[in-house]
Design a protein around this ligand. Structure first.
Ligand SMILES: *Cc1c(COP(=O)(O)O)cnc(C)c1O
Length: 480
């Protein structure tokens, strides 16, 4: 493909993408394929001779689309949203064209510098405490990670390194493995599974702190666990608190947990993967009260801020904590402008070496929407969730299972778990809308998350009509 053909195919692809998104509602949101469906549709080996572009595009419809779950359909209410917007897609195209690998400042100065400034812009949009803003001389700063999971892992590993050094400064005779075997990390029972995985990868023990009736971590029990663990010779070093849990969008009480962590010299990482985007709105900022106690904070603009995957924003209070933990410097990666207030080498802030020019997506989206446009977007989704909540509340057969704070509604049919499982099965099978369940206090609960950029009030009403119709059919059956 030469530049001339690329121009033509590029225009065609833009049309294909716009058509796909404009007509996405005509497709079933959830695919109807069996595992292994794809292998039989394409050859078992790569072609020896080049093929034609037309043939490939034909196969997109024949092979790919039947197996796609359409996350950007306005009838998609599963998981949490994944961001998408035209400006972000265009910026990603440019990112692909520049195609730099921005592991150090010198490897592509614009890639590094735009990222630092965009994380400052975003941090200021949220009104994060000053310590997280890089500026030109700040001790903290932001970085784009691929996912919230990586951010949690980075925070845990940095905390682990800091804890080992701290113990060794007082007891130089203690070996690293001896110390690591005593380290304990904590999180709530409602934390995302990636938090537990971070501890598995980091090779440290993690304990789950029980929740209260609102699914928030209980600080009194946390404190008690710390006392018992310290008395048992263990070393508490890390807490991952969640703002907006995945199951029910619950918030851990940072104003209680923060001071405990600070006085115990434990690292406090705050995972706000979904909810963080809402903090650009002043009315939702009270939900992150206590953020000033955190050592690191992370949320996913790729979830709810109109930026296509991947873009997970992470801020640290002290950049030296994170850089110091992972610095390895072979000669081929060194450059003349070594780390200073102005020069950031982001490879020290993350697990891989390579990194894409992801801040372009932020720059395009922030400028084209403006903070006001982004705030309006968040508010619209929250209003749609409230609308769905009131539809559920008006139907006595159903109950709401957790406070609706942002764009997620947890609900169920009053009755057995089996009944609710049967309802979800029907919803999934009909493929008109897509939902996933969660478990709250041993109960099988349906999660309704407002996800797509194009979801409107009539989609919410349509979805509810569909759910009540399937409920009607289900309750007609004699076995219930
Ligand atoms: C979605 C989610 C995650 C995982 O996000 P990734 O970016 O896919 O790793 C982590 N924590 C919470 C609370 C989430 O909702």
């Amino acid at each position: 493909m030469d530049a001339e053909e690329f121009r033509r195919r590029g225009r065609e692809m833009v049309d294909y993408v716009a058509d796909y998104l404009e007509n996405i509602e005509k497709r079933h949101v959830y695919p109807d394929v069996e595992p292994g469906y794809l292998r039989s549709l394409i050859p078992s080996e790569a072609p020896e001779e080049p093929e034609s572009y037309e043939d490939i595009m034909k196969d997109v419809e024949r092979v790919i689309m039947p197996g796609v779950t359409h996350w950007h359909s306005p009838n998609f209410f599963a998981y949490f949203p994944t961001g998408s917007s035209y400006p972000a897609m265009l910026a990603d195209m440019l990112c692909g064209a520049i195609g730099c690998i921005g592991f150090s400042w010198a490897a592509s100065p614009a890639c590094t510098e735009l990222e630092t400034v965009m994380l400052d812009w975003l941090g200021k949009m949220l009104q994060l405490p000053e310590c997280f803003i890089a500026g030109t001389s700040g001790q903290g700063g932001g970085v784009i990670q691929g996912t919230a999971s990586e951010a949690t892992l980075m925070a845990l590993l940095a905390a682990r390194c800091k804890a080992i050094r701290s113990v060794q400064s007082k007891h130089p005779e203690k070996s690293e493995s001896d110390i690591v075997s005593k380290l304990v990390a904590y999180t709530s029972e409602q934390a995302h599974s990636s938090v537990e995985r971070a501890a598995l990868i980091g090779g440290v023990t993690m304990k789950k702190v029980p929740n209260d009736h609102r699914y928030s971590l209980r600080p009194d029990v946390f404190k008690q666990m710390l006392e018992e663990d310290k008395a048992g010779g263990l070393i508490p070093f890390f807490l991952c608190a969640t703002l907006g849990t995945t199951s029910s969008c619950a918030f851990d009480p940072l104003t209680d947990l923060g001071p405990i962590c600070n006085s115990e010299k434990m690292w406090l990482h705050v995972d706000a993967a979904y909810a963080g985007s809402a903090f650009i709105c002043p009315e939702f900022r009270p939900l992150m009260k206590g953020i000033e106690f955190a050592d690191s904070f992370n949320f996913n603009p790729h979830k709810w801020l109109l930026i296509n995957f991947d873009c997970s924003a992470m801020w640290v209070r002290k950049r030296t904590d994170i850089i110091g933990a992972f610095k390895v410097e072979p000669l081929y990666l060194k450059h003349e402008n070594q780390e200073s207030g102005l020069v950031t080498d982001y490879r020290h802030w993350q697990i891989p070496l390579g990194r894409r020019f992801r801040s372009l997506k932020m720059w395009f989206v922030f400028r084209l929407y403006g903070t006001k446009g982004l705030q309006a977007y968040i508010r619209k989704h929250v209003a749609l969730a409230k609308e769905f909540e009131s539809l559920v509340r008006a139907d006595k057969r159903f109950e709401i299972c957790a406070e609706v704070i942002l764009g997620l509604v947890c609900f169920r049919l009053k009755g057995t778990n089996e009944l609710n499982q049967a309802l979800l099965k029907r919803i999934t099978k009909s493929r008109e809308i897509h939902l996933v369940p969660c478990q709250l206090s041993g109960r099988f609960v349906l999660r309704f998350a407002v996800c797509a950029r194009t979801t409107e009030s009539h989609h919410i009403h349509q979805a509810w009509r569909h759910i009540t119709q399937l409920t009607f059919e289900l309750l007609q059956e004699p076995c219930h």
